[in-house]
Design a protein around this ligand. Sequence first.
Ligand code: ATP
Length: 310
Amino acid sequence: MSFAAPVDSVHVRAPGKINVYLGVGGRHDDGYHALATVFQAVSLYEDVIARHADDFSMTVSGVDDPDTVPLDDRNLAMRAAKLLATAAEYGGGVALEIRKSVPVAGGMGGGSADAAAALVACDALWGTGFSTARLHELAARLGADVPFALHGGTAVGTGRGDQLNPALARGRFDWVLVPSDEGLSTPVVYARLDALRDAEGALADDPPLSLEVPAPVLQALRSGDPDLLSESIYNDLQEAALHERPELETTILRGIHAGALQGIVSGSGPTVALLCASPEGAQEVQSLLREHGLESLHVHGPVTGARILA
Ligand code: ATP
């Protein structure tokens, strides 16, 4: 394997995601929940620039509170770079510059996008020449959402969210995202879901350990019809996220009142994703939300996964 260094730096862009559908089943013995989800990559991107260096280091910009993003081995992008170096037996390091746009701990997979981008950037910078399949395998070792950020588009995740299969989606879906000032911890939201289910107790059946995405969700994505999709977007984590942040329910209702077709909490939240009928509809929703003091972002999906910028 050669480690020729034909470039000084590599710039990669990777998308954040919305879980259009998220079903959460029972908890396996390893602590992970059974999942059936549909990811959609949206036009809110993380930029990662990799430059040659003897050691591993990183900088992060685009966050309100720098303390929310670790700059050491707890950072998924740092772990990605080191994992690739080990797998490729590369002896040098990298200086990573991360420009964030995806809200931190927002339920949109920003850290996973950084990790996917770091894998692609370091592979190109170091001339590692790994195949897409090999990068996918490394991505899967970093976290269930990382392979999706590599591939983008629309995809179904089953198992523990780690078994990824592309889904057909026609056309473009417009979303208005309402971020929160403060993030939500994914483990906290799952723990809340478990507690809520335990409280339902003997009245409820045990949640299944194998789940599928309901056919109407996939049909709606194939149709490209946002009206149809609005009838089947769903998130099993929503109740738990609303328990942690009751004000998100008001945000969803305000969005629907402003003309959105439907709204959900994205992933483990707290970002709210409002599905709109058209780009113009999304702009209208944004301006009405602004009257309530809610700032939002208009994005669309599906978009492509991690890619090198010229
Ligand atoms: P999830 O993938 O669990 O839905 P999320 O999208 O809600 O995560 P992220 O922004 O990916 O949230 O980060 C969750 C936590 O992971 C952060 O609070 C932070 O402590 C840590 N973290 C690790 N690497 C990164 C990174 N590159 N960017 C942001 N946070 C990171």
